[in-house]
Design a protein around this ligand. Structure first.
Ligand code: PEP
Ligand code: MG
Length: 326
């Protein structure tokens, strides 16, 4: 089995009925690119830049960030890298920066894009560094934790402002760098159609989407038995986001753990997901599932799952689909 997986590395991620699926890798540090390239990922679908800020007293300056992003962009040799802007706060607290004082509910607090908009002095150097790296490779910007249109507009304004300042300084960047938003707050999934006209792509962050939809702290072991990617509410929000993307003709990816769990590949394909981003270690298994899938029958299967009210029955249906195809 292992040998078969290794041989899959160079195989294309295409379904039995010829649909092309894109499999990307998630990385946390530039050094992780190697594993992504070895797994033949189509690029990086999620670069968690906050890891550059953690375990140190001072945030990295623009130059240090530029070097890190440029290194990743270069190592990918023309394949895209989706650089997610800083997602600090909640489960990724920083010590020493003095910005994320512990609050009662950090996951609901000043986190990710909220923190960045609250503190433009923290955000601007990152935007400059990402934009500069866009002159070196195929860089895309991704905004975490969007929950309102207004927030998105404020980010887009800052990006424009940063571009103008780079232009004045004669720094190179890609003026048309794609900007996408993460859908990981239920509000964003429910109003994805309102975000879509202003974005180049969506990426569904199921780790947080599940946490916020089901009101389950993702790091609290006591409630982890309730953490269920197949909860009907979660599946409906995923389906809504995919529909909004289809209508607005922008691609929808998924970069939460659900995308890298081979148990869910068939259901996600059936719901219409075409771009998966995951830890490189699970990429070949997911590819194996993609290549064994018939999209048309999976679409029928997904419609049936969406109509199934009871979670146990949903799990049974998904198990059955996986057993039948193994
Ligand atoms: C997610 O929430 O699904 C996600 C990909 O982001 P993170 O796990 O870094 O919060
Ligand atoms: Mg998240």
């Amino acid at each position: 089995r292992r040998e078969a997986l290794t041989r899959l590395r160079k195989a294309r991620a295409v379904t039995l009925d010829g649909e092309r699926v894109r499999l990307y890798a998630n990385i946390e540090l530039p050094g992780d690119v190697k594993a992504a390239v070895e797994a033949h990922a189509e690029g990086i679908g999620l670069y968690r830049t906050e890891f550059l800020y953690m375990n140190r007293p001072q945030p990295p300056d623009e130059e240090e960030q530029f070097r890190a992003y440029a290194r990743v962009a270069r190592a990918l040799a023309g394949k895209p890298v989706t650089i997610r802007t800083l997602d600090l706060g909640a489960d990724k607290q920083v010590d020493g920066h003095g910005r994320t004082a512990l609050t009662a509910n950090p996951a609901l607090g000043l986190r990710a894009v909220r923190l960045c908009l609250h503190d433009p002095a923290l955000f601007r150097p990152q935007l400059r560094a990402i934009l500069r790296a866009s002159a070196i490779g195929k860089v895309r910007i991704m905004i975490p934790m969007l929950s309102s249109q207004d927030e998105l507009f404020r980010v887009l304004d800052l990006v424009e402002e940063t571009k103008s300042s780079l232009k004045r300084a004669r720094e190179k960047f890609n003026p048309r760098v794609p900007i996408g938003g993460m859908v990981e707050v239920p509000a964003a999934a429910l109003s994805a159609d309102l975000f879509a006209p202003y974005l180049d792509f969506f990426s569904i962050g199921t780790n947080d989407l599940i946490q916020y939809t089901l009101a389950i702290d993702r790091v609290d072991d006591a409630v982890n038995y309730l953490y269920d990617p197949l909860h009907p509410a979660v599946l409906r929000l995923i389906a809504l986001t995919l529909e909004a993307g289809r209508k607005a003709r922008i691609p929808v990816a998924m970069c939460g753990e659900m995308a890298g769990d081979p148990r869910y590949t068939r259901l996600l394909l059936g719901l219409g997901l075409k771009e998966f981003s995951m830890h490189p270690a699970t990429l070949l298994q997911v590819k194996q599932n993609v290549r064994a899938s018939d999209l048309k029958s999976l679409a029928r299967f997904a419609r049936r799952v969406l109509k199934t009210p009871d979670t146990h029955a949903v799990h049974a249906l998904v198990d059955e689909a996986n057993e039948g195809s193994d």
